[in-house]
Write a new protein. Structure first.
Length: 96
């Protein structure tokens, strides 16, 4: 999953203890389809759906039962996001 998650999805990620994050495998890529991603154990157990992510510039917003996007131009600024070992980036705890 090559996304920057934010809002409630980021909140659920930060609320989950790091020891629990380490128990889960890397998430599948969003190129494999959002249905596959939504069925990954970490998503079903911790993040829940819809996954709320930052929309890339020039991209249209998506809203469905599996994902929603929010337009935020400052998401790519240094120090705003943190990369995870699960294969996605998350908005830093003080930013959402």
């Amino acid at each position: 999953m090559d996304e920057i998650v934010c809002a409630n999805t980021a909140f659920r990620y930060w609320r989950c203890p790091p020891q629990v994050h380490d128990l889960y495998p890397r998430l599948p890529s969003s190129d494999d389809g959002w249905r596959t991603l939504s069925q990954a154990p970490f998503v079903t157990d911790v993040l829940k759906t819809p996954i709320i992510a930052v929309a890339s510039p020039g991209c249209c917003n998506h809203h469905s039962g599996l994902r929603s996007t929010i337009r935020w131009e400052g998401a790519s600024d240094t120090g705003t996001t943190t990369d995870t070992h699960l294969g996605f980036s998350v908005v830093s705890a003080g930013r959402f």
